[in-house]
Write a protein that binds this ligand. Sequence first.
Ligand code: SAH
Ligand code: SF4
Length: 351
Amino acid sequence: MMDSRPLIFDRSPEELTQILQEWGEPPYRVKQLWWGLYRNLWNKADQFTVFPKALRQKLEEQFAFESLQAVRESWSDNGQTTKLLFHTLQGKPLETVLMRTLDRNTLCISSQSGCGMGCVFCATGQMGFMANLTSGQMIEQVLYFVRILKEENRTLSNIVVMGMGEPFHNFENVLAAIDRLNDPNGFNFGERRFTISTVGIVPFIRKFAHLKRQINLAVSLHAATDELRSELVPINRKYPLKTLLEACHEYVNTTRRRLSFEWVMIRDVNDSLEQASQLVKLLKGLLCHVNLIPLNPTDQYSGKAPPKHRIQAFKALLEQHQIPCTVRVPRGVSIKAGCGQLAALHQGQTS
Ligand code: SAH
Ligand code: SF4
């Protein structure tokens, strides 16, 4: 039978305060609950031994502490990279990926099950949109892996919303999840350690800019001409490059933050020096950084990653024009980690 209890991680501190108040509990119980969930990383009502038994039982009756079912785990890169396939209660798939290196551990979370944007090279795009995830389901992905890291004596360095889905199509829930994880009285994960990656939903880039948050933003570009970009990223027909770049300028001018661009490199498609010089023109005067991501092959797309020298030549041209550029080390290729997000953002600064 499906669990109909609400997920406790979907509740804001204000909501929990109100609920516990209605139950006649003293105010400090909320703090203990919040601390238990977000500091002690508890995910069972009976772990709350600070509470009287009756309250533990009530919590157990009224709330679910887990909603995602871990279906399959895969490893690559000598065990440094872990991918987890979860199912929601409705059986919708989503993936979370943890990438460990000596100096940092980055978690890539999903904001949706599937994605409706249909980028041709992307495995998630190929499966289509299935569901928006709730804020609690995003938090659950994070806490699941933080518990694992804790056992390994490691800590989490960064969270990137670069798994399945287009975060700006589920913006409220994404922000609610970040806010809750950011809470200094709880998980206390600084805004600067989050990155949202968007395919380029212009109205939301503008909206996000004006919120003036310290969350990093990455825009998936992949092509510097409308003709090519519309082929790879269908939403470009709705928000073409000119409009997109205007919004990017607005973002940088408003926030004074460096913007990241992602460019999945596909052999003989977008790896030419001609595209590179178009890109230079496009990014002129913009405070930004470019991440080049060698394509992670997917089943329904025949493209391949370019040879190394092509990637290096592309990078060199950008750098000649003072555009900082990083080539992402492909990770998790053998486990087909999500839509290639493994290759996406690691090792490095995004701002
Ligand atoms: N929808 C958002 C975030 C999820 S995709 C976006 O598109 O930005 C995260 C990143 O993974 C994007 O830059 C996307 O272009 C990239 N990506 C998708 N499929 C890939 C693949 N097969 N190989 C490498 N990167 C891929
Ligand atoms: Fe969706 Fe991003 Fe994949 Fe495009 S690249 S289909 S926007 S998840």
